[in-house]
Design a binder for this molecule. Structure first.
Ligand code: ADP
Ligand code: MG
Length: 349
């Protein structure tokens, strides 16, 4: 009986696995799920809905840059995971293994910074084709090690498997934060000022350079070597006038919508105030992904003092780019007049 069951469940799982991916997505879009258009975020929402019947065992997630586990009255741990897939996130010939090792860690630490937390440990899983198991893998690990050392982050485990074709890297990062310093996407308030911490667009200029085969431009180097804003995240986390925060991974045009949706608010972006990096267009600054800078909102009354203190501390300015508004709409303003744009950032589907 038991073995029959085992055989039939093995058959069933074999059948399920043999379904084309598109059918798997059709299934997810079926009446069991609320979302009928399968986008990356539609898929994530479907997962969230499917799991609402399960107890969360003290965890807060899905939906923010990190999941939060409050382990004492004073402190929480935060958790995040990111995948890097060859051909989707990087081209093997266009990046050095050392740079890739650093980037695999940096994109995860950026999500920890976005919560106002300090990264403490990571778990690293790699799926490597045979030809990259020697020198390539050593250099990759050196890059990962260098950035771990820079931020004082331990590597506490992982998994290693063979891959038939592509390199796939998954990092889970863990951070630690005082409960009152946690910055969530859902805490934006009406009249808040929207800020970013840096000029934007250089990473997208670099991506276009890489796609065009110009691998040695300054922008291409920026794209391949992002640095998480750990110190800025910690500093902003400690400021009560900062309300909602996240990191910019898909582009402001998409990312601000996550703050809006989670906070049930609208936003007005002042296009004249968006800080555009040298060589980039306004559109690249707003729609380009993989910036790994911070996007946050702060109370209108505290905004000026915050800007002043930030600049004195970091010797670099904060950029106010808009306001949180009543309602649910994202609006753009240019030279004082509302303008229409169908801009959005990166999405996988
Ligand atoms: P980020 O860009 O900050 O890494 P994502 O856009 O990748 O965030 O994900 C948005 C939210 O959805 C996060 O809270 C993330 O943990 C969650 N998420 C993404 N993919 C999955 C998945 N396959 N299963 C469960 N949660 C997921
Ligand atoms: Mg993020």
């Amino acid at each position: 009986m038991c073995s029959d069951e085992a055989t039939s469940s093995a058959k069933a799982s074999k059948m399920d696995l043999s379904l084309p991916t598109s059918l798997f997505f059709d299934y997810l879009c079926s009446s069991n799920f609320n979302h009928h258009i399968m986008t990356e975020f539609g898929f994530i929402n479907s997962i969230k809905t499917l799991f609402t019947d399960l107890h969360k065992n003290g965890f807060e997630g899905i939906g923010d840059d990190c999941a939060v586990f409050e382990f004492s009255e004073r402190e929480s741990l935060v958790f995040t995971a990111d995948l890097l897939c060859e051909g989707v996130h990087f081209l093997r010939h266009a990046t050095s293994p050392r740079e890739l090792g650093g980037k695999a860690l940096a994109v995860n630490l950026s999500d920890i910074a976005a919560m106002g937390a300090r990264p403490v440990a990571t778990i690293l899983s790699v799926s490597l084709p045979k030809e990259v198991t020697g020198e390539w893998a050593t250099a990759f690990m050196e890059g990962y090690h260098d950035l771990s050392k820079r931020y004082g982050v331990a590597l506490i485990g992982g998994d290693t498997t063979r891959s038939d074709h592509d390199i796939v890297i998954n990092v889970t990062a863990i951070g630690r934060v005082a409960n009152e310093h946690i910055k969530r996407r859902c805490d934006a308030e009406t009249r808040d000022v929207i800020f970013t911490t840096a000029e934007l667009g250089a990473s997208d200029v670099g991506l276009q350079d890489i796609i065009a085969g110009r691998l040695d431009t300054p922008a291409a180097a920026i794209h391949r070597n992002p640095l998480p804003e750990i110190e800025k995240g910690l500093w902003l986390g400690a400021r009560p006038e900062v309300h909602a925060m996240m990191d910019i991974s898909d582009g402001i045009a998409s990312d601000i919508r996550h703050i809006m949706e989670e906070s049930h608010m609208g936003a007005l972006i002042d296009l004249d105030r968006v800080p555009v990096a040298e060589g980039a267009t306004l559109r690249q600054a707003l729609c380009g992904g993989e910036e790994y800078k911070l996007l946050f909102t702060a109370s209108f009354d505290g905004a000026e003092q915050l800007m002043h203190d930030f600049e004195r501390h970091f010797h670099t300015p904060l950029y106010p780019i808009g306001r949180i508004t009543e309602g649910t709409q994202l609006k753009w303003r240019e030279k004082g007049t509302e303008v229409e744009h169908d801009w959005s950032g990166f999405t996988h589907y």
